[in-house]
Design a protein around this ligand. Sequence first.
Ligand SMILES: Cc1ncc(COP(=O)(O)O)c(C=O)c1O
Length: 405
Amino acid sequence: MAGRNFLFVPGPTNVPDRVTRAMMVAMEDHRSPIFPELALACLNGLKPIFKTTSGTPIVFPSSGTGCWEAALTNCLNTGDKVLASRFGQFSHLWVDMCQRLGFEVEVLETPWGEGAPVERYLAALAADNQHKIKAVLVCQNETATGVTSDVAAVRQGMDSVKHPALLFVDAVSALASIDFRMDEWGVDVCITGSQKGLMLPAGLGVTCVSPKALAAAKSATARRCYFDFGDMVQANASGYFPYTPALPMLYGLRESLAMLAEEGLENVFHRHTYLASGARAAVLEGWKLKLCAAAPKWYSDTVSAIMVPEGTNGAEVIAHAFKRYNLALGAGLSKVAGKLFRIGHLGDLNELMLLGAIAGAELAMLDVGVKIEPGSGVAAAQSYWRSHSPALQQSTAGKKAGIAA
Ligand SMILES: Cc1ncc(COP(=O)(O)O)c(C=O)c1O
């Protein structure tokens, strides 16, 4: 097919040319005397992205899923109780992993489209006066439903009942796109992957571990080997890895961290809100469709999950968009299969790129019989962006205005 593929799944995201070029390197000895320069630039450069001074970033040659496993097996004893909520495919898979690894999970079942149920977390923690719950799990951005949760509020709930559990946060589709504050929110393990806000190919599991979690890891007895924090921290201290690192990915990471620093993290967050607000204008005002996210407070700035009307099939929209227009949209997963399609709007992105996805989704929907007004989504997004500033200081973020609402 002529022209380039439009990649609008919510990860992997578009890799900037600068990052691709930085990754085109000859292989090197990862035990050479100069290797630590690269490794330490990556590890130290990640700290501001996690907003931490006390946390320890760790990079595994894996994907985000590996870091889920690392958090659990390093900090807990098999059989320990954890508290989690389930409101989409990714929060589900993390619960499933806990169960498969032999942890006892108290699951707060939550309707898909809602976010982490803060009051119910608080109630469960308050009821746990013997402190059997050893870790609290929160998915900051549920990629399957386009829902962002309030991690700070979960931390406040834990503090209000003085609960000593560790706090693990899945920020896979949030970090470097939506605000995340490791130190301020008292997060003990934050989990992400390279292929989303960090604008890299898939292949790195990126995590950050608090001093409290590292201390827990020293005595925790769940079995682990490849994902052992201790081995990694020891080798990383001198800029090396306990096994062969994914060298080109580290070159790419150093470049993507430089790009994020040049733009400024707060500007990056603002750009995501601004672009997401345009996408939401297309969905809600233009196409007059619904988002899976049940209320504006949960609207995600990295992915919009768009409900297709009864009698139409989201999977058909996605297949047609791909085959006919070379546009990759995100699928409806599990419970919401066929009911929605997703537009990822995170990473290296601007208005015109996102207009391509909105126009393509519009074409595909019209072709498969979804009744929308031709051009309406594109017009609504354009109108939003023309009347709002992409610059941070003049922000009237759509989330607080009505697009989000
Ligand atoms: C919220 C969330 N958590 C976890 C994962 C799993 O990450 P990975 O596919 O990098 O293993 C994903 C993947 O998309 C995700 O979106």
